[in-house]
Design a protein around this ligand. Structure first.
Ligand code: GLA
Length: 407
């Protein structure tokens, strides 16, 4: 079958911040009649290297997308919370408008407004408070693609609450606190046992940098590194396969239990401790349970790959060699996520293979995996051609058409 042959690949373009803000303000005005609302923006997260290391107190090196969730909001005089979305992108939900109060139990809320109420609940649990609010969300960030869109909704809400409640949680330290509130919302209100990667990236990283996140530190350590990719004509091509994600809640429950058991089998509190101790790789191979051995292998090797990529990014050797080394680490990361961590799926593996054949320096599953997107390191001059090749490969295999984002 040759479904999309010769058709141009579909690109998901990012709105400019001005456009996103304007759309959010217009939605708030149309729905709730608010005049001159304030707006906030929260980008998506894309990981250069370091996937599924965060809840083992590991390391990761993510950056942010130019695609973002925007929220416009205005404070109320009571404790009501009303939310509306543009029904597109990340924000598909059960109804056009949802209404509740700051005192609602977030675990009882259905659909995406659970993230909004969950975040406001988590802020209150941390001792912050303020009036209710009307909020309008719009987004150009694809949802369920492994780009952190649910954390972007949380982060946008946290930024709005920070200003409307006059909390002054500003600067990196203040944003780390907001990020931890987002994590509480996701873990305790929504019930997804993910780690701290997404909110700390979204609230603490800018598009010019990658952030070395250290989840063994509390609050999470964050060190910015310039994203030299663009200076050398490279960039990240995100291939959103559109394959619905598997049961991510179940994935995190199972993997959390497995990495804890693997660490215990190695006499350690966390796999980070194992990774940092001498002879980590050899010790991991001594774990008798084959599943726990593979999980430990992924996490400890992925932490090593983060260190390698950071060294290459900040190294002084010839640029081409450094980027080839980074690309190889990204391919190895995919193999490890596929075989040892079992967080990939056949369509994602196919996308990685297609990206390889299209000349990508590296490619791997993005975010939690189990469906969603693949991220590839490619030369900017070849990005359109690479996307064309990948789209053609999908068409040739009778697979549904992927969409592309340039980061
Ligand atoms: C999701 C989770 C993160 C992290 C990644 C995988 O995005 O929210 O905490 O575990 O998957 O790296």
């Amino acid at each position: 079958m040759n479904v999309a042959a010769d058709s141009a690949p579909t690109w998901v373009e990012a709105w400019t911040p001005a456009e996103g803000s304007k759309r959010a303000s217009a939605l708030l005005r149309e729905t709730f009649g608010a005049e001159q609302p304030s707006t906030w923006r929260a980008p998506g997260r894309v990981t250069v290297i370091g996937e599924h290391t965060d809840y083992s107190e590991g390391l990761a090196l993510p950056t942010v997308t130019p695609h973002a969730v925007y929220v416009a909001a205005s404070p109320r005089e009571d404790r009501r919370v009303r939310v509306v979305s543009d029904q597109g992108g990340s924000l598909e939900g059960p109804g056009a408008m949802w209404e509740g109060t700051l005192d609602d139990d977030p675990r009882e809320v259905k659909g995406w407004p659970q993230y909004v109420i969950g975040l406001l609940w988590a802020m209150q649990e941390r001792g912050y408070d303020g009036p209710g609010m009307d909020l309008a969300y719009v987004s150009c960030l694809p949802s369920r693609a492994g780009l952190g869109s649910s954390a972007s909704i949380l982060a946008a809400t946290a930024l709005a609450a920070n200003d409307l409640w006059r909390l002054a949680l500003d600067g990196d330290e203040g944003h780390a606190e907001l990020a931890d509130a987002c994590l509480d919302a996701e873990n305790l209100a929504v019930g997804t046992l993910c780690g701290a990667l997404d909110p700390h990236t979204i609230l603490r990283c800018d598009h010019e940098h990658a952030l070395l996140l250290d989840f063994a530190q509390h609050p999470t350590g964050a060190q910015p590194y310039p994203m030299y990719f663009r200076d050398y004509g490279l960039g990240l091509l995100v291939i959103d396969t559109g394959v619905p994600r598997g049961d991510v809640q179940q994935l995190f429950r199972t993997r959390r239990a497995e990495v804890a058991a693997a660490a215990a089998a190695l006499g350690s509190q966390t796999l980070r401790e194992v990774a940092d101790a001498p002879l980590a790789a050899r010790r991991v191979e001594g774990v008798s349970d084959p599943v726990l051995r593979r999980r430990a292998r992924h996490v400890t090797a992925e932490i090593e790959r983060v260190r390698l990529v950071v060294d290459e990014l900040s190294g002084t050797g010839p640029a081409h060699e450094r980027f080839v080394a980074i690309g190889k680490a990204i391919y190895r990361s995919h193999a490890s996520l596929e075989l040892d961590y079992e967080a990939s799926d056949p369509t994602l593996d196919y996308a990685v293979e297609a990206a390889f054949k299209a000349g990508a320096l590296g490619a791997r599953v993005s975010g939690a995996g189990y469906g969603g997107a693949v991220v590839a390191l490619v030369r900017k001059a070849q990005a359109r051609l690479a996307a064309q090749h990948v789209a053609q490969a999908f068409a040739d295999a009778g697979r549904s058409e992927p969409r592309f984002l340039w980061v």
